[in-house]
Design a protein. Sequence first.
Length: 283
Amino acid sequence: MSLSNVASVAEVKERLAGGERIVLLDVRFNPKDPAYGKDAYAKGHLPGAVFIDFKADLTDPAQAHGGRSPLPSPERLASLFGSLGIDRETAVIAYEDGNGPAASRLWWLLRYLGADRAQVLDGGYAAWTAAGGAVSAEPAAAVGPREFVPAPRADWLVGVEEVRAASAGSGAALVDSRDAAQYAGREAPFDPVAGHIPGAANYFWKDTLEEGGSWKSPERLRDWFGDLPQDGEIIVYCGSGISATPNVLALREAGYTNVKLYSGSWSDWISYSNNPIATGDSE
């Protein structure tokens, strides 16, 4: 089954063998080891893949508000993508070690800026090598730059005001993508305040994956998100706007079309002292 936002290893191999021009982006990342991604890339990567430094390239420094991992400006991202030979019509496939937030964040940024042919590699580098895919330790060859003209999709992103309205009952559904302990307020490993946004339902992002780590099918994802309104507005958040993006991808795979990211997420929400906080396992 061909998924619109997810490409299987077999599909990518076939497309490359057929001569399709695809820009492969290696975004392997470990938040506990800043050098991990670059080291992993140097040891072996998909042939022709370009390394993306997740923290340096895909986040901005934190400010008083905006969360722990603010989005870079469209102009900054457009300059990066253009320098890698990407424009809005380019086929792009992002991968990390498996299926996780780094590749999904990169997919989201590309799609948000209007690059409709961006996908993630299902299973990432692990699935590629398990299937006998070739790897290379050679740096990617230089490519001719392209002009990436960003066309931000305003209906893919919300700020704190829209989230306040949703929390107060505006009709938009709020989805918290963190694990149950963080949602309930029993743990706060990354933030000074524990809990969740009042009115949010908990859908841990890892539950969009099969036991073996591949993405669930659209049918299974529709079952998983079945309590959410298919045609309603859905606002997705996590701790800092990164691990929410796999849920955004999964919701879109399941056929939900009005899905928005609260990019500042919980770390932005708690930066405002007047925002209410909920705890407990359910609303």
